[in-house]
Design a protein around this ligand. Structure first.
Ligand code: PAF
Length: 288
């Protein structure tokens, strides 16, 4: 495995490897099993696997969150190597944002401006869109892999890739979960044992909506209320529980097509997000 720190060295490392497909897994480090599942998906499909490890300062809305973000490069490199990654691109901030940098890639509309975009501020998805565009242009991969846990990030990236005509297939891998159902996240290490137990209400709330939908419930407000009740029973007051179109993030009024259920909540000081896509079952009256 090669570790490179500059775009020039990344391009040089990939130059001789263009005869087969190149797969890229962009990350902010603090790698865990969720990232490993993305590396494995890339390893299975692509001749060369590139991972980027860069804690992108422009996508953090809170300086404290940026400062607290775990930086574990030695462990990250060991995990990447064990999963068969060929090239790790680990630039510093000056490489990604050199002096004079003044361009922002900004996706507009509900896909970037609602939910995470509203809670975390306009700058969050601008930061994600700008850094992902730069990473894709630096490596020019055939495929780029992202986790479904960050559903809105995926929708923003799909939008920018389509709008800017970046020649890459965006591959979305299923959310990786611990045995108890909690979605894997670098932030989970900040949960106390008691908070972690309470956090399990988040996947339970998603399951409650999926079950109700399968049982034939189609009214969006009633489905939403099921999730909120499940969370509040564990003392979790969500920032949002939203049922939206999975691509545009526009709100939906009825479950007459696949709908994304997205939750964000703080458990103690830790902000967690999770989601699932639900479909209506064909049983039940459909009017509750
Ligand atoms: O999901 C992440 O880890 C980051 O948002 C990404 C896509 C690597 C951009 O910094």
């Amino acid at each position: 495995m090669i570790v490179v720190r500059t775009v020039t060295d990344l391009r040089a490392a990939l130059r001789g490897r263009r005869d087969g497909a190149v797969g890229m897994v962009p990350t902010m480090g603090a790698l865990h099993e969720g990232h490993a599942s993305l590396f494995r998906a890339a390893r299975a499909a692509d001749a060369t696997v590139v991972a980027s490890v860069f804690v992108n300062p422009t996508q953090f809305d809170e300086q404290a969150d940026l400062a607290a973000y775990p930086r574990t490069e030695d462990a990250d490199l060991a995990l990447a190597e064990a999963e068969g990654v060929d090239v790790v691109f680990a630039p510093d901030a000056a490489e990604m944002y050199p002096s004079g940098f003044s361009t922002t890639v900004s996706v507009t509309g509900p896909v970037a401006e609602t939910l995470e975009g509203a809670q975390r501020g306009r700058g969050h998805f601008d930061g994600v869109a700008t850094v992902v565009t730069k990473l894709l242009l630096a490596a020019l991969p055939d495929r780029a892999y992202f986790g479904a846990k960050d559903a809105q990030q995926v929708a923003v990236i799909r939008r920018l890739v389509a709008d800017l005509g970046i020649p890459v297939d965006v591959v979305v891998c299923p959310t990786s979960r611990d045995e108890d159902g909690l979605a894997r996240s670098s932030r989970n290490t900040r949960l106390s044992p008691e908070e972690r137990r309470r956090a399990l209400a988040i996947p339970r709330a998603l399951e409650a909506v999926a079950d109700a939908a399968l049982a034939g419930l189609r009214d969006i407000e009633t489905l939403r209320a099921r999730a909120v009740a499940t969370l509040e029973a564990s003392g979790i007051h969500p920032e949002y529980v939203a049922l939206v179109d999975p691509a545009s993030f526009a709100p939906v009024t009825r479950l007459d097509r696949p709908v994304l259920v997205a939750i964000a909540a703080r458990v103690g000081a830790t902000r967690l997000i999770d989601n699932t896509v639900v479909v209506a079952g064909d049983t039940g009256t459909g009017d509750a």
